[in-house]
Design a protein. Structure first.
Length: 322
């Protein structure tokens, strides 16, 4: 005969088994409803365009649709915080960027890079120095000389204080001795709009985020902060060619909260791999001048870890980290 204590143990065991079985069934049936993909920046920027291209190309590889949701503010802090705090069930993904490894060092967010689990890297792009087509500077050196002669007078737009495009401008200043006035916006697209309107003198965003305006003859890229010239912009020199040895940029990829079940993570990683290798996805990125740069979750995780350490050191040196 079972004692009262034994019955309690048996009921607890059955309850645990039932819960485990329910979780296993839930994971095996994933996804059972539409998935949200949080973009921490405004519509129209490189991160937003990448997210929408991914959501479209993923349709054959996930049974449910992916809906893109923009959560702007705080140089990505608002959206990234929502991703980190989401229920770890695979129904709220994030399009994470390099800011994930930068904002924590400023002491302004509650998350750390370790709070996110990488699914796949999709893209990597360098920063660029872009001005209006009728700006007086035709070369990077002319632009830098003007900034040195007029400290703080050159207003450079970025995607938010502490964001990668802010860091790229400050790193260029640190390298050259120029003094810029960095102006934050809720993403690259609003910064580009401000440049077109004459409210600022330059932007430090990626080439992809100004490509349409460059093609229309409204803007001019003076240099890219990359090791080599870009295939999409073969006539644009690197900073190194102008005598300034600096290379800095962003990456963009899919993340989930770190406690997401392993089997859900594996489903998402496999679907992301297939999506990233869809020719339609690659073609869309090429049209957008976004560099295709897929890495699987494990390799991507190693890069995130390395960049977290690198940015901590750089941001401290230039006064952006606490």
């Amino acid at each position: 005969m079972l004692t009262y204590r034994n019955r309690l143990h048996l009921m607890a065991g059955l309850g645990a088994a039932t819960l485990f079985g329910a979780r296993a069934q839930a994971a095996s049936n994933y996804p059972r409803r539409p998935i949200e993909l949080i973009v921490p920046y405004a519509p129209g920027g490189g991160t937003d365009l990448l997210a929408r291209a991914f959501a479209e190309a993923a349709k054959p590889h996930l049974e449910k649709a992916i809906g893109v949701v923009n959560r702007t503010g705080g140089a990505g802090a608002v959206g990234l915080s929502e991703i980190m705090a989401a229920r770890p069930d695979g129904y709220k993904l994030g399009l994470g960027t390099a800011e994930l490894t930068m904002l924590p060092h400023m002491g302004l967010v509650s998350f750390k890079a370790e709070d996110f689990l990488p699914i796949a890297r999709l893209n990597a792009d360098p920063a660029a120095v872009t001005v209006k087509a009728d700006a007086p500077w035709k070369t990077l050196q002319e632009y830098l000389d003007h900034a040195k002669a007029n400290p703080g007078k050159v207003r450079v737009g970025n995607s938010g204080t502490g964001a990668i495009w802010h860091l790229s401008t400050e790193a260029l200043a640190d390298k050259t001795g120029a003094k810029f006035n960095s102006i934050p916006y809720d993403g690259a697209a609003p910064a580009v709009t401000a440049l077109l309107g004459g409210h600022i003198e330059a932007v430090g965003v990626s080439p992809a985020e100004v490509s349409a305006q460059v093609a229309a003859g409204q803007l001019r890229i003076l240099a890219v902060l990359a090791d080599e010239r870009l295939e999409a912009f073969p006539d644009v020199p690197t900073c190194k060619e102008s005598g300034t040895d600096i290379s800095i940029g962003t990456w963009r990829g899919i993340f989930v909260p770190k406690r997401t079940p392993d089997d859900v993570v594996q489903i998402l990683r496999e679907a992301s791999r297939k999506t990233a290798n869809e020719q339609s996805f690659k073609d869309t990125l090429k049209k957008l001048n976004l560099n295709w740069a897929y890495l699987d979750g494990l390799e991507f995780g190693e890069q995130v870890k390395a960049h977290n350490a690198t940015f901590a050191t750089l941001m401290k040196r230039i006064g952006l980290a606490r």
